[in-house]
Design a protein around this ligand. Structure first.
Ligand code: GLN
Length: 293
């Protein structure tokens, strides 16, 4: 039986067809996410509400948002949020949409939390460098209850988003924010047990290969780097100076350049380097330590 006009299922189907015609890759899933956000219903709950009539206001808003998606605006920017690890963070076009690979970085550290935990009673000091939405640092500080986190980003608007995320999870008394180029705005004496970073790592030369959803909407400052080596040399240099003896670094990066980065880290005196694969078997993460002695 055909769905009744005016019902939730009716609009879901029309929206899916429209997105399909516009060659959006997962039209049904996207139409569902957008509707579930609009109605404030978990996505799975839509299935028990198919016969529910939609009000005119909902219909208009739904149409507006589906049109945005048809123009390739990412779903996370339409709904203003993105699930990440066990959490859900606010996002706007001022920050990168957290990626599944980055969840893997958090998970890797979470699984090795005993190696990170300190014997002394002082809190574990974490630095999330190029923090964007704050997804890495704010997740880690929630997963490691004795930790405090410093978030730095070059973009003031990104810092505003991460502050909102810290407020959402009541983390403001365990979080410090700095609009900063690398560590320039940080207090001189501040040192860390753990530095995490997902800095911009796509060379400008790869721009033509990037899909329009990303290229037209996500902040280029968070994605692209003009001189990969120069930027990463500075980043690793400040990191090695800001780590306490025995402190650790976990960096997300470009698989093509990770071996060079590993060499750079070693030449700056970091040890125990380890290249960690992501779930697509790409060499995505670099782990390193600052020696104790
Ligand atoms: N740390 C944030 C993330 O992982 C932002 C990264 C960035 O802006 N390059 O999503």
């Amino acid at each position: 039986m055909a769905e009744q006009p005016g019902t939730l299922l009716y609009y879901l189907k029309r929206s899916t067809e429209f997105l399909e015609k516009k060659e959006i890759p997962n039209p049904r899933v996207d139409a569902e996410w957008i509707l579930s956000d609009l109605l404030n219903l978990p996505r799975i709950k839509l299935y028990s509400q198919f016969e529910m009539p939609l009000g005119q206001k909902e219909i208009d808003l739904y149409r507006e948002r589906i049109v945005e998606r048809s123009k390739r605006k990412p779903v996370a920017y339409i709904t203003g949020k993105k699930g990440f690890h066990k959490f859900e963070y606010f996002v706007s076009e001022d920050v990168l949409i957290p990626r599944p690979e980055t969840e893997e970085l958090v998970d890797y550290l979470w699984k090795r939390r005993e190696e990170l935990t300190l014997t002394e009673p002082s809190p574990l000091q974490i630095w999330d460098l190029c923090s964007g939405s704050g997804c890495i640092g704010l997740s880690l500080t929630q997963l490691l209850p004795t930790s405090v986190v410093t978030l730095t980003d070059l973009s003031e608007k990104a810092i505003d988003v991460s502050r909102r995320n810290a407020e959402k999870y009541n983390l403001t008394d365990r979080t410090s924010f700095y609009v900063s180029d690398l560590d320039l705005a940080l207090p001189k004496e501040l040192l860390f047990d753990l530095v995490v970073s997902n800095p911009p790592y796509i060379p400008e030369s790869e721009k033509p290969e990037i899909m329009p959803d990303v290229l037209d909407y996500e902040p280029h400052l968070a994605l692209f780097v003009s001189d990969f080596n120069e930027f990463h040399k500075q980043l690793l240099d400040v990191t090695s100076k800001r780590l306490k003896p025995g402190g650790k670094l976990m960096l997300e990066t470009h698989p093509l350049y990770i071996r060079d980065l590993e060499k750079m880290a070693t030449s700056l005196g970091l040890t125990d380097t380890k290249i960690v694969l992501d779930s697509s078997n790409k060499e995505r993460f670099l782990f390193a330590k600052k020696p104790i002695g």
